[in-house]
Design a protein around this ligand. Structure first.
Ligand SMILES: Nc1ncnc2c1ncn2[C@@H]1O[C@H](COP(=O)(O)OP(=O)(O)O)[C@@H](O)[C@H]1O
Ligand SMILES: N[C@@H](CC(=O)OP(=O)(O)O)C(=O)O
Length: 418
């Protein structure tokens, strides 16, 4: 039993869908394969925009039309004739429009967000279902919201592993005996049937949840790169591919910001020792990377850049030292506001954190803590990490940058810079 995950780039246009079908045919076998698909291209960003406009009761017609035209254009290319795929797509687009038009501006933003952005995956997976079918690849479309059971932490829902595994095992293995399964990444559902999302770029994680529930023999995520590289090729010209690497190394790279794999993906796979392959949909027969329970002593240094960072410092007002009590107050508010710390440092009278920039959360943080602390912050920063660093790698990366904060452990070197 295998699980394949195809991200936005692998379904960004009609020829990408054709390429995907060819990968499934040549690599996947016709049964015992579950496909998890993300929204087409940058659809989730577009849906976020439409959502914001509708929530603010602004005109969203132009943005909605763009989204509609994009999907209709791709479907038209794949199915130039009349086909049930068109009706299904029109139905979904009509529901999206109705939800946008009836948006309650006093409703809870995050909950409404999940109901709207989920259309991206519903649309892409229904195109994929019909297209594979048309290509002779018999498959069943299943609604991942009925399988991945979550709580109602909107936009970053927590998985109920026990009932999710039970749901998956209940009927999917039998279906997979007969045909392929096509489902959505990124989405979950509460026991009451509300749609949740698992966090941006969460489709890798969805695939891992299905792999876990199915006790899959392997999972493969198909990307536009040759595998897991020692740096993002969009920033670094000379990268090397890791042919094999451990779960531990990978989870750390993902945690520090290597955006090729969602950080939550590894744990469910490692728990059941399911190997994860990262392969290129542009070169499907390439070796890619195998991530599993292994150990290598000498790995090429990995360079990771996290963009759009914010450095916040909290100083006590009366020149007393930062105490555990102060820290506990700060951590309490950070946790409540769901602000994640990417790096932290303590000095005598101040405490600093580096976090993803989120204007609204930062504003609320200041409101909550400005009585007790003097708070300063810098935005538009980048967090650089080198795993398995060498002296040369540090020199190369720091090269004339203005450093605001720096930290190193035995294996990892990090700094925040402009
Ligand atoms: N260490 C890395 N190795 C490979 N790719 C990386 C790495 N770090 C970042 N990336 C980026 O991840 C991208 C692929 O991930 P992503 O865009 O999320 O795929 P998808 O949305 O199709 O699932 C690559 O195009 C590359 O720019
Ligand atoms: N479509 C969602 C989920 C996802 O994982 O997408 P991708 O696989 O394209 O990163 C997002 O953009 O956040």
């Amino acid at each position: 039993m295998k699980v394949y995950k195809f991200g936005g780039a692998s379904v960004k246009d009609a020829s990408a869908f054709r390429n995907l079908a060819s990968i499934v045919r040549t690599q996947g076998g016709e049964r015992q394969l579950l496909l998890v698909v993300s929204a087409m291209g940058k659809t989730t960003n577009a849906l976020e925009q439409v959502m914001d406009l509708a929530y603010q009761q602004k005109d969203f017609q132009q943005e909605y039309t763009q989204l509609k035209d994009y999907h209709t254009g791709v479907l038209q290319e794949l199915f130039p004739q009349q086909h049930p795929a068109h009706e299904r797509q029109e139905h979904l687009l009509r529901l999206l429009l109705q939800d946008l038009q009836s948006m309650d501006p006093s409703g809870e933003y995050d909950q409404l967000y999940d109901q709207i952005v989920s259309y991206g995956e519903l649309l892409s997976s229904s195109i994929l279902h019909y297209f594979l079918q048309e290509q002779g690849l018999q498959n069943k479309w299943v609604d991942s919201r009925k399988y991945i059971r979550t709580d109602s932490s909107w936009r970053e829902a927590k998985v109920d592993w026990v009932s999710t595994e039970r749901q998956i095992k209940q009927d999917l293995p039998a279906v997979l005996e007969q045909e392929l399964v096509v489902t959505q990444g990124f989405l979950g559902g509460t026991p009451e049937g509300r749609t949740t999302t698992l966090g941006r770029e969460g489709s890798d994680f969805s695939a891992a949840i299905f792999a876990y529930g199915l006790d899959a023999t392997e999972m493969c995520i198909w990307k536009d790169v040759e595998g897991l590289l020692n740096a993002d090729p969009k920033y670094f010209p000379d990268t090397v591919r890791y042919a094999e690497i451990s779960y531990q190394e990978t989870v750390e790279m993902a945690y520090y910001g290597a955006s090729v794999i969602h950080p939550k993906t590894i744990k469910p796979l490692a728990n059941k020792q399911i190997p994860l392959h990262v392969k290129s949909f542009l070169n499907p027969t390439g070796a890619g990377t195998k991530i599993y329970n292994c150990r290598f002593d000498k790995l090429a240094p990995a360079y990771i850049i996290k963009e759009n960072q914010c450095l916040v410092s909290f100083a006590v007002k009366d020149f007393t030292f930062v105490s555990e009590k102060n820290l506990s107050t700060i951590f309490g508010v950070l946790s409540e506001l769901r602000i994640k710390i990417n790096l932290m440092q303590n000095s005598a009278i101040s405490f600093s954190i580096c976090t993803d920039f989120h204007a609204e959360r930062l504003h609320r943080l200041m409101q909550r803590l400005h009585d007790q602390f003097v708070i300063h912050y810098n935005t538009n920063l980048r967090l650089f990490t080198i795993k398995n660093y060498t002296t040369e790698s540090i020199t190369k990366l720091m090269d004339a940058k203005e450093i605001l904060l720096e930290q190193r452990t035995r294996t990892t070197f990090q700094f925040v810079s402009k």
